[in-house]
Design a protein around this ligand. Structure first.
Ligand code: FEO
Ligand code: CA
Ligand code: CA
Ligand code: CA
Length: 548
């Protein structure tokens, strides 16, 4: 039956669940991981997906240039929160340029929960106002810049009419911003390289992230430089993975230095076969590496949030793709390699130095510079690891690709791996610039695209029209084929796709609609087209209409 799963049939097969998955697995080639051949959801424990509840079953849309979030017939979206909205009784407001979202059910509910939302950067036009003639912001503008980045914790619920809304009476709703105090953990805490401090100010440039096995959120600090410069901060205090417990204010927000400092895109957590925690991470820069951190200690479920300490001690690795090896970034290895080069020996004196300058250490030790690794996701079905390499014009990789790592022995703790190019952007696939990834219970990889607002609908990007969401099966005959599910408003990027556990709702962040606007009175987009509003607003939406 595997052969019958052709492109057309995919549309009827999706939605039939684990049975179809098992059937589809039978047709896979040599790259098939062993765990998959058993027909089990080998890694489902990672995400609590023990059984399939729903699936997708949609007629793909065509690319469009509409100033709207376009969805297939039968689906609708509710705007849950927009830039500037009040989120709680204290009057705190939703930040700008929402990115990663993560749903945390309240009492297991698929209709009420907390939503963590990253806020990546601001806009001179819509947030701070223009800089002065000296090119600098005023202190009031800097405060706005810092306040509107970071994260929001909002409470969301589905009302009786089936509309998702924000509950501003929530006792959990609060902001984490560029002004919130953070504790440093791990080898660089108190180290010379961070100015000997153990606590730092704020988080910003929060791109994507991940959820821990103990129900906290990890948020990735990516392009921190401009805010560091504008606010005269210490740059070594930014570019880390931060952890926050959305339910618990007394869990101090923290930055885990053991996971390295670079242009963090995301943090995808899993377990090694012997029970240690592993975190896969992309460094979103041209010619930057793919990383994984493996904890020293083992995950013990009953310890709950105390497992956070696992992220304080362990080994950071970077991928050498030509050898298929994970290279440990240790001070011993770096100093051995640097022997005879006094400049390098001065730069790398302690493990903290290695972590603070993780990219330089990785390249020195032979890790492979790649094409802007963005989101990483671990397949909950076979534990293969998917990496969105968004693009790299330096190498003529204009449309990017999705790489799939297969760890030796299907063990996320392995130090050797094989890989393939799972899907390539371009006219033939219909997508360009893959960015955030998430899985559904059918083994489909949901992929959002991020063509820059300056290049969209021009030149070689013309045929793709606006950015979108694409669904790409990772199993069966349609493996690697992309089906468009959504199209973004003008100039926007769709980010942070996150399903509720029963997959009846997909949260999605619409980032920077109208980004190319030059005249504030004549915006290029007015999405979400709020009545009486005079500007476009980055917003998080809840998409419903998924069929059982
Ligand atoms: Fe913030 Fe790598 O996208
Ligand atoms: Ca991204
Ligand atoms: Ca991107
Ligand atoms: Ca972005």
């Amino acid at each position: 039956m595997g052969e019958e799963l052709n492109r057309r049939k995919f549309l009827t097969y999706v939605g039939t669940g684990v049975t179809a998955l098992t059937v589809a697995s039978a047709g896979l080639g040599a790259f098939t991981p062993k765990v998959e051949a058993k027909g089990t959801n080998a890694a489902s424990h990672l995400f609590g997906r023990k059984k399939k509840v729903s699936g997708v079953n949609f007629t793909p849309i065509k690319p469009t240039t509409k100033d709207e979030l376009v969805l297939p017939r039968g689906y609708k979206y509710d705007v849950v929160a927009s830039y500037g909205d009040v989120i709680n009784r204290q009057g705190e407001t939703f930040g700008y340029n929402n990115d990663f979202t993560m749903y945390f059910p309240i009492k297991g509910s698929n209709e009420r929960g907390l939503l963590w939302v990253n806020h990546e950067y601001t806009s001179d036009l819509w947030v701070t106002g223009p800089r002065g003639q000296n090119g600098k912001y005023t202190s009031a503008q800097i405060e706005k810049l810092l306040y509107n980045q970071g994260g929001s914790i909002i409470e969301v619920y589905k009302d009786e009419e089936g509309t998702w809304k924000m509950d501003t009476n929530s006792r959990f709703a609060r902001r984490i911003t560029g002004l919130t105090p953070f504790r440093l953990t791990g080898p660089a805490r108190g180290a010379d390289a961070v100015g000997n401090v153990t606590a730092v100010q704020g988080t910003f440039a929060n791109c994507s992230g991940g959820k821990t096995l103990w129900n906290t959120v990890l948020s990735a600090e990516e392009n921190y430089e401009s805010t560091v410069e504008a606010a005269s901060l210490n740059e070594n205090h930014y570019g880390w993975i931060v952890e926050v417990d959305p339910f618990n204010r007394s869990f101090a927000p923290r930055k885990h230095t053991a996971l390295g400092r670079f242009h963090h895109e995301n943090a995808a957590m899993g377990l090694t076969n012997d029970g240690r925690v592993v975190v896969y991470m992309g460094d979103d820069k041209k010619d930057a590496c793919v990383y994984k951190f493996i904890s020293k200690g083992k995950y013990i479920k009953s310890r709950k949030q105390a497992n956070s300490a696992l992220l304080e001690e362990g080994t950071l690795y970077a991928a050498n793709m030509s050898k298929g090896e994970w290279v440990a970034l240790t001070i011993e290895a770096v100093r051995e390699k640097a022997a005879g080069d006094q400049e390098l020996l001065d730069k790398f004196q302690t493990q903290a130095d290695v972590l603070v300058h993780a990219h330089d250490a990785a390249v020195l030790l032979g890790a492979t510079p790649t094409d802007r690794p963005e989101d990483v996701e671990i397949s909950p079905f076979d534990k293969s690891v998917f990496i969105a390499h968004t693009n790299n014009s330096n190498h003529g990789n204009i449309h990017g690709h999705i790489t799939r790592f297969l760890e030796a022995n299907d063990d996320l703790g392995s130090l050797t791996f094989d890989f393939e190019i799972f899907a390539a952007g371009g006219r033939q696939s219909g997508f360009s610039a893959p960015d955030n990834l998430t899985f559904d219970s059918e083994g489909n990889l949901w992929t959002v695209t991020d063509m820059s607002s300056g290049s969209m609908n021009k030149g070689v990007f013309t045929t793709f029209k606006n950015n979108g969401v694409f669904v790409i099966p990772t199993l069966g005959e349609s493996e690697g084929e992309a089906y468009q599910f959504a199209s973004a408003p003008i100039d926007a990027e769709l980010t942070g796709p996150c399903f509720t556990h029963d997959e009846t709702t997909l949260f999605l962040a619409v980032q920077h609609p109208g980004e190319n606007t030059e005249d504030i009175n004549n915006p290029t987009s007015m999405w979400p087209h709020r009545k009486g509003d005079n500007q476009p607003r980055p917003s998080v939406v809840a998409i419903t209409g998924f069929k059982y």
